[in-house]
Write a protein that binds this ligand. Structure first.
Ligand SMILES: Nc1ncnc2c1ncn2[C@@H]1O[C@H](COP(=O)(O)OP(=O)(O)OP(=O)(O)O)[C@@H](O)[C@H]1O
Ligand SMILES: Cc1cn([C@H]2C[C@H](O)[C@@H](COP(=O)(O)O)O2)c(=O)[nH]c1=O
Length: 268
């Protein structure tokens, strides 16, 4: 099994065609881990699923890093405040796109790539598709240009798996309480964002898993675990079904192509 972030990604290639030639390249260095991303609209349940997956993987002995965009570096924290605070007022669409991409570039350099190079499983709450959907389709900038910008910011690093939690507006509204600057952008904006997420998944093909967000958290987690088990080369059980001792067991070796078998039966 070659993690897709180490190879040219067919889904991203087709997206690159559609988006006017965004070149998807291998990242620098021999990354060995797995890169799993959760995408979807506000209130889709991404953070809930990131946490469930992380717990399940750790329970199986995998070495997992959970992270998010924007805001998981010092610089990103400053940017997160700027883009989400209602006090920021009017930010031009291009300035917003550059801010989110600055967060992304720092996140890749400081957090994601080093962890992948250590062989860890990186699970990120949002990544490039959020930028394309929100700043491209949502803000009505050129989707092609925003995709190219995000590809540049990330050196074309493509996730091994993107889980899209597709949330309808009614479900999203029920799950959001105090709305931040992006969440307050209006129904039309969020409709464009949703449509674009679905379009990216449709074009990206095999490296996407699209799950309706109105399923229960447990139902969604089961679908995700089934898919991640295929990537990791062994069954990953839902949290609570095994007791393997957590992240301190390491786990980069379990991601090698030859690592097979279930978590229950696997070596520790
Ligand atoms: N499958 C689900 N069914 C019902 N409620 C859920 C489900 N998943 C999450 N929730 C609830 O919906 C709310 C939003 O969930 P969560 O924070 O995981 O979403 P999110 O996609 O990360 O949101 P945001 O993008 O706005 O940060 C929380 O109150 C959470 O408990
Ligand atoms: C990465 C990224 C995010 N956004 C938006 C999406 C959300 O409205 C917020 C992040 O809030 P969350 O509670 O952490 O989901 O920012 C965006 O517009 N562009 C992006 O690239």
């Amino acid at each position: 099994m070659i993690p897709s972030h180490e190879r040219t990604d067919p889904g991203a290639v087709s997206r690159s065609d559609a988006d006017g030639g965004q070149e998807v390249r291998r990242g620098a260095g021999p990354a060995r881990g797995l890169f799993i991303v959760f995408e979807g609209g506000d209130g889709a349940g991404k953070t809930t699923q990131v946490n469930l997956l992380c717990t399940a993987l750790q329970q199986c002995g995998h070495d997992v890093l959970t992270t998010r965009e924007p805001g998981d570096t010092w610089l990103g924290g400053q940017i997160r405040h700027l883009v989400l605070s209602p006090d920021s007022g009017e930010i031009s669409p291009k300035a917003e796109a550059l801010l989110y991409n600055a967060d992304k570039a720092q996140h890749l350099a400081e957090v994601v790539r080093p962890a992948l190079e250590q062989g860890r499983i990186v699970v990120s709450d949002r990544y490039v598709d959020s930028t394309i959907a929100y700043q491209g389709a949502g803000r009505a900038l050129s989707v092609d240009e925003v995709a190219r910008l995000a590809g540049w910011a990330t050196d074309g690093l493509v996730p091994d798996l993107t889980v899209l939690l597709d949330v309808d507006p009614v479900t999203a509204a029920e799950r959001m309480d105090n709305r931040d600057r992006m969440e307050s952008a209006g129904d039309e904006f969020h409709r464009r964002v949703r449509d674009n997420f679905l379009e990216l998944a449709r074009r990206g093909g095999g490296r996407y898993l699209v799950v309706p967000a109105q399923l229960t958290a447990e139902q969604i987690a089961a679908q995700v675990l089934q898919r991640v088990s295929l990537l990791a080369g062994r069954d990953i059980e839902a949290p609570g079904t095994t007791d393997r001792g957590g992240a301190d067991r390491g786990g980069a070796d379990r991601l090698r192509p030859e690592a097979t078998g279930s978590c229950e039966a696997g070596e520790s």
